[in-house]
Design a protein around this ligand. Structure first.
Ligand SMILES: [Zn+2]
Length: 269
């Protein structure tokens, strides 16, 4: 009889243990999984830049990286406070076009608050030409592509930044963008104009890839990507992919920018 009692107590203990584990499992079941970062792709404007085809390269890829992705062809999203709330990233592919004061206000407010803003070619740096507030946020404005579709080289000037790390200089056959630049951006890659199309710009070194801050928001741009086929150049595609992660503040994708400020050395101290 005594032997029976000794055997029962450990058995009861194990039973209690199983029951309490089951209770914990049940109580934790309704909890939500870790929240995904949200990204909004906005495309439109001049169709020659194939905005939808380009978005179709990067949106599925970003989804594979664990983002919740929404795609729209209307700038109305910017004026929709509910939609803008909680966005980690806005990817815009809208060349030229018009933005209303309400749309612009919603967009800039989101970026000031910490939403990232990223794009390529004219999709963010040649949008809404009459909006200086928008251009100030982007940090550049497109001016020309001398010679139109030409052969040129892209030079990686920062080999430590995760956006350009491990990439060698590469060649493009496309538009070589001549930008009006904000000095308060960090330049990661450049191109040099040969002067063949317009002799007076020979030797001009122009940013191709840069990152900057607009208040709390990270802004990324690459001027490569005139048409979707330009992203068949692996480096051109890779740079945008990495830039999207950086702008969305994905851990390990890079730090806040250290502005290049190219005119600072001219100031005599
Ligand atoms: Zn173009």
């Amino acid at each position: 009889m005594k032997r029976h009692i000794i055997c029962i107590w450990p058995a009861l203990g194990i039973l209690l243990c199983i029951c309490s584990t089951a209770a914990i499992a049940i109580s934790t079941e309704p909890q939500e999984p870790a929240q995904k970062k949200k990204a909004l792709f906005v495309w439109g404007g001049w169709p020659g830049h194939e905005p939808k085809q380009c978005v179709d390269i990067f949106a599925p890829w970003l989804k594979e990286q664990g983002f919740e992705v929404e795609i729209t062809d209307s700038l109305d999203a910017y004026a929709n406070a509910e939609k803008m709330k909680g966005l980690a990233l806005i990817v815009q592919a809208v060349t030229m076009g018009q933005i209303t004061p309400q749309q612009q206000s919603g967009l800039l407010q989101a970026i000031r608050g910490g939403t990232g803003f990223a794009g390529w070619h004219g999709g963010i740096a040649d949008s809404f030409r009459s909006s200086t507030d928008y251009e100030y946020m982007v940090g550049a404005s497109w001016a020309a592509h001398p010679g139109n579709i030409i052969d040129y080289e892209v030079n990686i000037v920062n080999h430590d930044d995760p956006i350009t790390k491990g990439l060698a200089d590469f060649k493009m056959h496309s538009e070589q963008y001549y930008m009006l630049m904000d000095p308060n951006v960090e330049v990661l890659a450049t191109t040099t104009f040969s002067g063949q199309a317009q002799a007076w710009i020979q030797g001009a070194v122009m940013p191709v890839v840069w990152k900057k801050l607009f208040s709390k928001g990270r802004v990324f741009n690459s001027t490569l990507g005139h048409v979707a086929a330009d992203f068949n150049v692996p480096q051109a595609r890779e740079i945008v992919q990495r830039g999207l992660l950086w702008a969305a503040r994905v851990p390990g994708a890079g730090d806040d920018p250290k502005p290049t400020n190219p005119y600072a050395p001219l100031v005599k101290k």
